[in-house]
Ligand binder design. Structure first.
Ligand SMILES: NC(=O)c1ccc[n+]([C@@H]2O[C@H](COP(=O)([O-])OP(=O)(O)OC[C@H]3O[C@@H](n4cnc5c(N)ncnc54)[C@H](O)[C@@H]3O)[C@@H](O)[C@H]2O)c1
Length: 329
């Protein structure tokens, strides 16, 4: 049976595709290339197209014996979602619903969904457990929470079983150096910091230095993208063994401040990284750290790269050898 991976030419999806291909799964990768890179396919069969295109999906499901979908395709820029919520609800909800329609038409009833720590909003308890109250502070986070809730109802009504993985800060790159992070525009802290180390950016802005944290800067939980990919394999196995719909947090349970991340990036790259203090961004929680005990206990997830230095080292190896990402050295 084949696995359909939507958004599989993007950052996290391409790492899951590589893990699937490496363990001998048949993989069909569907991506509209808005942000994806064909070089990130790891030998999987690529279909260029949109998850909202029902006819295309019918062709894919007719041609391949697909038993499950890993659903990464979405827009994921929090700030943009506030300025243009329609874009987020259309892509992350309407297009996902179109795909779910075709899955049901073809009796495909297993899905792994890329959800987010943004479903929680401002945490009341840290580390954040799965059953923590959900109060997303932006349309992006709300779109992820809505799809989680839709998936719960689809299990009850149609027997479609789904695992929603709430990633904290996905980071690092595959240790092979073959694939990595290439977002244009880039919004994630580690690649932005490494752009300064590469001389592509003059400085990094630190949004808020008066947060109630040890050094005043925001604290986040960085989780290696290969560990996320590994969790997807465990999730797929669990669904194939009959696991019902559920949600898991994916993080390391360790928080690092912006200044700590910059310091480690300086050590790893051997470059000085200039930073400037800027105003807080509205809606940014001071601390976001996951409790991932549930997946460790239930699925035996064991992160291989929990250490920040290793995460940044793999990211640096990728960015240093691919300073322009996939579009040439
Ligand atoms: N990167 C993170 O730290 C992070 C954290 C939490 C959740 N997530 C979620 O993980 C998923 C992947 O994130 P990413 O960082 O890899 O993003 P990404 O932009 O690199 O990957 C998304 C991919 O989906 C494709 N895509 C978007 N809409 C599509 C559509 N309608 N049809 C077909 N393809 C489409 C894009 O071309 C892109 O290749 C997203 O759902 C995101 O919300 C990411």
């Amino acid at each position: 049976m084949a696995v359909l991976v939507t958004g599989g030419l993007g950052y996290v999806g391409s790492h899951a595709v590589k893990h699937l291909v490496d363990r001998g799964e048949q993989v069909v990768t569907l991506d509209n290339l808005i942000f994806g890179h064909t070089q990130a396919a790891s030998g999987s069969e690529v279909v260029v197209g949109d998850i909202g295109d029902k006819d295309l999906l019918r062709q894919i499901f007719s041609k391949h014996s697909i038993d499950s979908v890993m659903h990464f395709a979405a827009f994921a820029d929090v700030g943009e979602s506030v300025a243009d919520p329609k874009k987020y609800y259309v892509n992350n909800i309407s297009n996902s619903l179109a795909m779910l329609d075709v899955m049901l038409e073809f009796g495909v009833k297993m899905m792994i969904f890329s959800s987010s720590a943004a479903t929680f909003g401002e945490p009341e308890i840290v580390p954040i457990p799965e059953d923590h109250p959900k109060n997303p502070t932006n349309p992006y986070g709300r779109s992820k929470l809505m799809l989680e809730e839709i998936l719960r109802e689809y299990e009850h009504a149609y027997g479609l079983r789904a695992i929603s993985f709430r990633y904290f800060n996905a980071s690092g790159a595959d240790p092979s150096g073959l694939i990595g992070e290439d977002h244009k525009p880039e919004h994630h802290l580690i690649p932005l910091i490494l752009q300064v180390a590469l001389g592509q950016r003059e400085k990094i802005s630190v949004f808020g230095s008066d947060w109630p944290t040890p050094d005043g800067t925001c604290v986040r939980d960085y989780v290696h993208v290969s560990d996320l990919a590994q969790a997807h394999l465990l999730g797929l196995d669990a669904l194939r063994n009959g696991k019902g719909t559920t949600e898991y947090n994916l993080g390391n349970g360790n928080g690092y401040s912006v200044r700590e991340v910059i310091a480690v990036a300086e050590e790893v790259s051997g470059k000085s990284i200039k930073s400037v203090d800027a105003d807080r961004r509205p809606g940014d929680p001071a601390v976001l750290v996951a409790s991932s005990e549930k997946i460790v206990k239930e699925l035996g997830w064991e992160p291989k790269f929990p250490d920040l230095r290793t995460i940044i080292q793999t990211a640096w190896n990728w960015h240093n050898t691919h300073p322009n990402g996939y579009s040439g050295k």
